[in-house]
Write a protein that binds this ligand. Structure first.
Ligand SMILES: [Zn+2]
Length: 871
């Protein structure tokens, strides 16, 4: 899509359209549907390439989708009497095409389309549109396919393909999430433009391969090397390896039959040339167009040496799998990030999507609890939910370059709209579920409720935990009592950003469950703060920290390890030099917060909080003015030649190349900004540091931000935001935003800390305990404590617990974070009566055995598994 491709420009709005003709091409010359092994089989697949909100806006694309589908439905009808290989076929490159068709066409017309999907004349991938995935939380990547799951169930079809197109890079874990969602095949072509990958336009290690996930799952991938223009004056990406490989179908066929380089890497009988539409709005070709009509080309070019097949892409993959599948190589690596990086040019909007994806966990887990008592309580949100799933598939639409006919301003406004669709749904479900839960929790002692506030503290995570809770209060004349034992708890009043809260330590909050506390009037004898603080120096039982007047951390000593964690002379959380004002914002028996206010260059507030009973150090940065530059938070740790792993997309992977024993490709990759998701774990032989992350999308590993990663570096930069590839790519000036929240938590530990332990700690930081008001006291739920999920494993966590999209029971999605297979037992608050394994998009796979109301599961190393249960 973006300009700057090799070759000379052609008209963007080129319409491959000739005058309608009545002369249908007569019977096939050979009359031969035989796909015998003696001939090469070349599958040519026509599709558009949807550059949504780049080439044109939503309304214009809607019209193009509807008209194009109708056009190819007609062509399918017109070619029904031809031999199979010469019938018209059309491939939509995103399910949004189907969604628009469902919403704007009659049931009869939709029925006609579905029949053509089933007959193999129109195909759809499971992906909503062409997206970039490197910045996506795993659950967002999965939810972005959820509309596909609905479609599969609604029409009794399967969608075994997914596409991520044009962007030069691809994360490792995505293939595994796709495979778990029922995807078996993917094809890919790149732009070879707007890229810093020097070898993006050179050969790949393999052109067709099994994309193997960290768990051993696999997707058959066709990702040809980007070769060269197939005709004079065309772009590279309009030939094999590009995103419009078959734009010049005859030339492309000749190319793959004559180019020695291509043939040496594709010695197969089965070849695929996919993609016809390029940066144009739509691609409607008539049957009598001898140059561009795929049926015409296939028929003309089929001879004794080759069978050319008008393809629905699936036919290619079936043939490839059957004919060559056993001999294909395996590729298991990440190619890093490129165009997804531009989502950091709207850093706060992108952070809002990331935060909402995380908050969804609490909203859905509470909803499961409520659903058991009030089935369908949130039905009014179904429309918002479905739109949110679509929005998850749209937010990282690949045209973040924002350099097309649609202006940057329009693109930015659209990104905000899509983000709001996600955030609004999550907030609505969260509020509705929390309120309903507050009405359902009972009381064994309603007498003392007149003056007291009773609250539940809900833990959205699948393990019991102890964490700090903030309850909003008026005034400061309150204390808190644990309802399970009527004990008064130690608490403190904390004021932050104008909000006053009572802060206390909530102990042993059960997995996906709550405990009940009561706020009562009157102060208790204040307990002394044990964390000592002088100027910027803070000393707790766990750590000693020195916060400097620019908000950076100049010293960090981990007491238990007896080790200095920030490299002496270097710093942590360093944005830029500044002279700010240090103050103690709050101090008490639960936590102590040092606050730094900086007026310039970028006005901001940084809070550093140490806890009495928790071993994490929380850092809360709030930028309070707009910025145009590329900004990042630098941390230099006191670790020698450490190894670094980080949460990528559905996988925790090692930040080094395959040659170094890591997870990144040795070539065709970009590694200056790696996916940060919820954590980075860095360790040497003496200690480990976990950097938990709630808001930022990417980090750089190494000293110089513009270099590729330095896999043994002790330095990271968390990207605060900016146009990392210059002012021509992405949204300038953060779209005018003036407020940015960017929070990290640091934990020092032994170098033996497991990835599961680091992820649990990071998820606790990203999923605060939820506080809800108990409004009614005769509810059916237990008055002091309830847990609805038990997962009996240290390495297996629940990524999601939700009401099934079909409302038939509940869905539990598990992730094994260990490097070896693990088993666990899954149980709920009520006996499980039936269970089936489903894809991640909730389509049936098969029944699971239930014994004693529980389900035993085994998950491969680093694998994911989704269950649907009834209780
Ligand atoms: Zn594109």
């Amino acid at each position: 899509m973006p300009d700057g491709s090799v070759g000379q420009p052609i008209s963007r709005r080129l319409m491959l359209r000739l005058a309608a003709s009545t002369s249908v091409v007569a019977a096939v010359a050979t009359g031969d549907d035989d796909v015998g092994a003696h001939r090469k089989r070349i599958y040519i697949a026509a599709d558009d390439h949807t550059d949504y909100m780049w080439t044109a806006d939503e309304q214009t694309y809607r019209q193009a989708f509807l008209e194009t589908i109708d056009h190819y439905l007609d062509l399918a009808d017109q070619t029904d009497d031809r031999p199979l290989h010469f019938q018209s076929r059309w491939n939509c490159d995103g399910l949004l095409w189907l969604r628009e068709y469902e919403q704007h066409k009659s049931p009869e017309q939709v029925d006609r389309l579905v029949r053509r999907i089933k007959s193999g004349h129109i195909s759809f991938p499971m992906t909503v549109l062409v997206s970039c995935y490197g910045a996506m939380p795993a659950e967002a990547a999965i939810r972005s396919l959820y509309y596909g799951g609905q479609v599969e169930r609604r029409y009794q079809i399967r969608l075994p393909m997914a596409v991520a197109m044009e962007n030069q890079t691809l994360p490792l874990g995505l293939g595994m999430l796709w495979a778990g969602s029922g995807v078996r095949y993917s094809w890919r072509g790149i732009c070879g433009c707007a890229s810093k990958i020097k070898d993006s336009a050179s050969r790949r290690d393999h052109d067709v391969y099994w994309w193997v996930g960290p768990d051993g799952s696999r997707v058959l991938m066709k990702w040809y090397s980007l070769y060269k223009p197939v005709t004079n004056g065309s772009y590279w990406n309009e030939g094999p390896g590009g995103y419009a490989e078959a734009r010049y179908p005859e030339a492309a066929i000749k190319f793959v039959e004559t180019d020695a380089d291509f043939q040496s890497r594709n010695p197969h009988h089965v070849l695929g040339l996919f993609g016809q539409g390029w940066d144009d709005l739509e691609t409607k070709v008539e049957l009598d167009d001898p140059v561009n009509s795929f049926p015409a080309v296939a028929q003309r070019m089929t001879d004794e040496t080759r069978q050319v097949i008008v393809s629905n892409e699936l036919d290619y993959f079936h043939d490839m799998e059957q004919t060559h599948g056993k001999g294909l190589p395996a590729v298991q690596c990440s190619f890093g990030n490129e165009w997804e990086l531009y989502s950091a040019s709207l850093a706060e909007v992108s952070a809002s999507v990331k935060r909402a994806t995380e908050k969804l966990r609490a909203a859905e887990a509470m909803a499961v609890m409520v659903e058991q008592e009030r089935p369908g309580f949130d039905r009014s949100l179904d429309g918002m939910r479905d739109q949110a799933w679509i929005a998850m598939g749209l937010y990282w639409e690949h045209d973040w370059t924002a350099d097309g006919p649609v202006s940057r301003k329009q693109r930015a406004a659209w990104q905000r709209k899509i983000a709001r669709q996600i955030v609004d749904y999550v907030d609505s479900l969260h509020d509705l579920a929390a309120k309903a839960l507050g009405e359902l929790i009972g009381s064994d002692d309603p007498s003392d409720l007149k003056n007291n506030r009773r609250i539940f503290v809900f833990n959205p995570l699948s393990w019991e935990r102890t964490d700090v809770v903030d309850v909003a209060i008026d005034g400061d004349d309150w204390h808190v009592v644990d309802k399970a034992n009527e004990k008064t708890l130690v608490s403190q009043v904390a004021v932050q950003e104008g909000h006053t809260s009572l802060r206390f330590l909530a102990e042993k909050i059960p997995a996906c469950g709550y405990r009940v506390f009561e706020l009562r009037a009157g102060k208790t004898q204040p307990a002394a703060a044990t964390i000592r603080v002088t100027d910027g120096k803070m000393v707790s039982a766990h750590d000693t920290i020195i916060v400097s007047p620019d908000g950076a951390i100049d010293f960090w000593g981990a007491t238990r390890l007896g080790k200095v964690m920030i490299k002496p002379g270097a710093r942590g959380n360093h944005l830029e030099p500044a002279l700010g004002k240090i103050s103690i914002e709050s101090s008490g028996p639960i936590s102590t917060t040092v606050r730094v206010d900086v007026a310039r260059p970028i006005a901001r507030t940084t809070r550093v909080t140490l806890f009495e009973h928790l071993d994490r150090i929380e850092i809360d940065n709030r930028l309070r003015e707009n910025f145009s530059s590329v900004e990042s938070w630098r941390y230099v740790f006191n670790l020698r030649f450490p190894r670094t792993v980080h949460e990528e997309v559905g996988a925790v992977i090692r930040a080094s190349t395959l040659a170094e024993g890591g997870d990144y490709a040795d070539r065709n990759a970009r590694t200056d900004w790696l996916t940060m998701n919820r954590m980075v774990l860095m360790r040497d032989t003496t200690a480990a540091v976990t950097i938990a992350n709630r808001d930022c999308l990417f980090f750089h590993l190494g000293d110089a931000r513009t270099d590729p990663m330095d896999s043994s570096s002790n330095t990271i930069y968390a990207l605060a935001g900016g146009q990392v590839d210059g002012s021509k790519l992405g949204i300038p000036d953060q779209g005018g935003d003036k407020t940015f929240v960017q929070r990290f938590a640091l934990t020092a530990s032994s170098p033996k800390r497991t990835i599961a332990a680091a992820m649990r700690g990071s998820m606790e930081f990203a999923n605060p305990l939820v506080v809800g008001q108990i409004e009614s006291f005769d509810g059916p739920l237990h008055p002091t404590e309830l847990s609805i999920l038990n997962v009996s494993s240290d390495s297996i966590i629940a990524s999601a617990m939700k009401v099934a999209d079909t409302r038939d029971g509940f869905v539990v999605r598990l992730w094994n974070l260990a490097d070896k297979p693990a088993r666990c037992t899954v149980s709920m608050n009520r006996p499980i009566t039936s269970c089936k394994q489903v894809t991640h998009v909730e389509t049936d796979i098969g029944p699971m055995e239930v014994a004693d109301g529980k389900v035993a599961v085994a998950i491969p190393a680093r694998g994911w598994l989704t269950l649907q249960v009834n209780v």
